[in-house]
Design a protein around this ligand. Structure first.
Ligand SMILES: NC(=O)c1ccc[n+]([C@@H]2O[C@H](COP(=O)([O-])OP(=O)(O)OC[C@H]3O[C@@H](n4cnc5c(N)ncnc54)[C@H](O)[C@@H]3O)[C@@H](O)[C@H]2O)c1
Length: 283
């Protein structure tokens, strides 16, 4: 059991990728706290985990509301005594469509949930980790964080902000033995895919075509992201911090063999390609 007696919060852990993470963490011995918005989905996931012998509680709440996060922290502490792991997984995809046509309130709401929800959870939970000089934070980034994702400005920008926030906090937290990393899960068939299909042409021709193919072929498994999150939450990844890791494309199963080399480089970070390097690469 790789997370025996660890206490882990998984935001948005009631369905999709977050659910896969919550199930795996509980299986590996963690005491899990799920926060999400839909009570019925939380109840189903909590029952499933308990039926398999896992320890879990579910809380209805909104990650973009400070009072809900304060409630999350106090409930976790009163039930399980501490917090070792935070997975910032809660997220929304919409608005979808050209920026000029989007509803600005929906755009702002996206940023509040995806980015500021991640910030609020870190702000509320870090004092617990700093005091015990131990902690692991895993942020869900993804689509739009490494290149422009046309017609998904709010989502792409929020997910990019998460990466730089991750990199910056990683530096600030090095002396406290707290590691913080981000994950790009790949294209997973969840409600987010359904939303693209429902939007139709406004999502963009290519995006819609890709979504149809993904729906047909099955997409990337959410369990792959759960395995990467487990690696990042476990002692196997100690000292690895400030990275954006692709569940699908990066060789993270072997990262433990060269963590120092990775952390002393710009590997798996967001950096500007300057003209000089570009010319040298072309030569
Ligand atoms: N599905 C993909 O292909 C994909 C790709 C890259 C990144 N991601 C990221 O993975 C994460 C999980 O996505 P998913 O595909 O499982 O989506 P999903 O829509 O199936 O699940 C999202 C979860 O977040 C919760 N949530 C949403 N807003 C919330 C809020 N304000 N407060 C609390 N909980 C909230 C929902 O209740 C749900 O449980 C997201 O951060 C998403 O951006 C997904």
């Amino acid at each position: 059991m790789r997370l025996k007696n660890k206490v882990a919060i998984v935001t948005g852990g009631a369905r999709g990728i977050g659910k896969a993470i919550a199930i795996l963490f509980a299986k590996e011995g963690a005491k899990v706290v799920i926060i999400a918005r839909t009570a019925t989905e939380i109840n189903n996931t909590v029952s499933e985990i308990r039926q398999n012998g896992g320890e879990v509680i579910g809380i209805v709440g909104d990650v973009s509301k400070w009072e809900d996060i304060e409630n999350l922290v106090s409930n976790t502490i009163s039930n399980f005594g501490t917090i070792d792991i935070l997975v910032n997984n809660a997220g929304v995809l919409k608005p979808i469509g050209p920026f000029i046509d989007t509803n600005i309130e929906e755009w702002v709401r996206n940023f509040q949930i995806n980015f500021l929800g991640t910030v609020l959870c870190c702000k509320a939970i870090l004092p617990v980790m700093i005091e015990k000089k131990h902690g692991k934070i895993i942020n869900l980034s993804g689509g739009g964080s490494t290149s422009p994702r046309v017609n998904f400005t709010a989502y792409g920008v929020a997910k990019t902000a998460i990466v730089r926030f991750t990199e910056t906090l990683a530096e600030e937290l090095k002396n406290f033995n707290i590691q913080i990393n981000a994950i790009a899960p790949g294209a997973v068939n969840t409600k987010m895919l359904t939303e693209v299909l429902e939007t139709g042409e406004a999502a963009g021709k290519k995006e819609l075509e890709d979504a149809k193919i993904q729906a047909e072929k099955g997409g990337i498994s959410p369990e792959l992201t759960a395995e990467l999150a487990l690696f990042l939450a476990s002692d196997k990844s100690n000292n690895l911090t400030g990275r954006l890791i692709s569940a699908v494309w990066d060789d993270w199963e072997n990262f433990d063999k060269n963590i120092n080399e990775i952390t002393n480089s710009s590997l798996y970070t967001l950096r500007r390609i300057d003209g000089k390097n570009f010319i040298e690469v072309k030569k």
